[in-house]
Design a binder for this molecule. Structure first.
Ligand SMILES: [Zn+2]
Length: 320
């Protein structure tokens, strides 16, 4: 049976009708009326009706940023959206009577999609790190999405990396997000541009464009500029350290790197893997995890939300 996935982002809401094999049958999207929580619910309900053009109810999974409760019904808190302890499932059921609706965190939905249909489809245990403006994450272990005791597991961007370090949006100091995100990458690039030396290419880019933008940076990195590669190495070093600590806890077979920065491909994977190996506890006397770039891109959220609506995040995959 097909199902519907809706992914609520800060600027747009994406929706899709998704087949059981993870393929997208139909797509739709709208801008997010972020300042108006009611208008978001109206938009989601309208998109569901539009996607189910035959009008018959099927499972609907909604992925949203922020903390979702274990019952998958309430958004405790969503950054940039006017929802506080919002009973999203109940509010959507008022608009869509008779429909099965479930909620999940957006990074968890993306991780589930990668494990089911993307880069992680051949492994049992996988960790997703999304490297965008911030750092998100998801954990799949023994065929289950790890939700934790309260629903808020997998917030990997907020693991402590630097005691007493930079202030994070979560209110704490020194989170991975402050050192391993796209925003941190731009900070490293600016520092290198200021320092001269290998940062000359970055300094020229800044002079040409008025600022170091993500697109210009990506071009420079692809051309082999040593400053841009050094900035990626700094970023990868932090992410690799975090991956090594995660291995001590979760022992995944595979780390999948997603989010906007992952378009850097091997230029990101190589430094992350190097730092992971350098920091891995008991290296040499244990198996080492592999690293891969996410395969589903921007579709991961809708595909994962749709599949979670059907499977609830638990699949038994025969061990071979
Ligand atoms: Zn934090």
């Amino acid at each position: 049976v097909d199902s519907i996935g809706i992914d609520i982002g800060g600027t747009k809401i994406a929706g899709a009708l998704v087949a059981e094999d993870g393929s997208i049958i139909r797509h739709t999207r709208r801008p997010t009326p972020a300042a108006d929580g009611e208008a978001i619910l109206d938009a989601v309900a309208a998109m569901v009706t539009e996607l189910a053009s035959d009008g018959s109810p099927r499972p609907v999974g909604v992925a949203a940023p922020g903390f979702i409760d274990l019952a998958r019904s309430t958004v405790y808190h969503a950054p940039n959206i006017d929802w506080h302890n919002e009973p999203v499932r109940a509010r959507l059921r008022e608009r869509l009577p008779g429909w099965e609706i479930s909620l999940d965190n957006d990074a968890n939905a993306a991780g589930w999609a990668e494990w089911r249909f993307g880069a992680g489809r051949a492994v049992h245990d996988m960790v997703l790190l999304t490297i965008g403006t911030g750092v998100g994450g998801a954990i799949v272990t023994a065929g289950q999405l790890l939700r934790g005791g309260f629903g808020a597991a997998g917030e990997l961007g907020h693991m402590l990396l630097v005691p007493g370090g930079r202030l994070c949006g979560c209110g704490r100091h020194g989170c991975l997000e402050q050192y391993g995100s796209g925003r941190a990458l731009m900070r490293y690039a600016v520092e290198l541009a200021d320092a001269g030396g290998i940062g000359q290419g970055l300094a020229r880019l800044r002079a040409d464009r008025g600022a170091i933008d993500a697109e210009g940076f990506a071009e420079l990195a692809r051309s082999g500029d040593t400053g841009a590669l050094e900035a990626l190495r700094e970023l990868g070093d932090r992410l690799g350290q975090a991956a090594a600590s995660l291995s001590a806890i979760l022992d995944p077979e595979l780390f999948v790197l997603g989010g906007g920065v992952s378009i850097a491909g091997d230029l990101l994977v190589d430094p992350v893997r190097d730092a992971y190996l350098a920091h891995l506890p008991a290296r040499g006397s244990r198996p080492e995890a592999s690293f891969a770039i996410a395969a589903l891109g921007n579709d991961a959220g809708v595909v994962g939300a749709a599949d979670l609506a059907r499977s609830a995040g638990a699949i038994s995959r025969a061990a071979d």
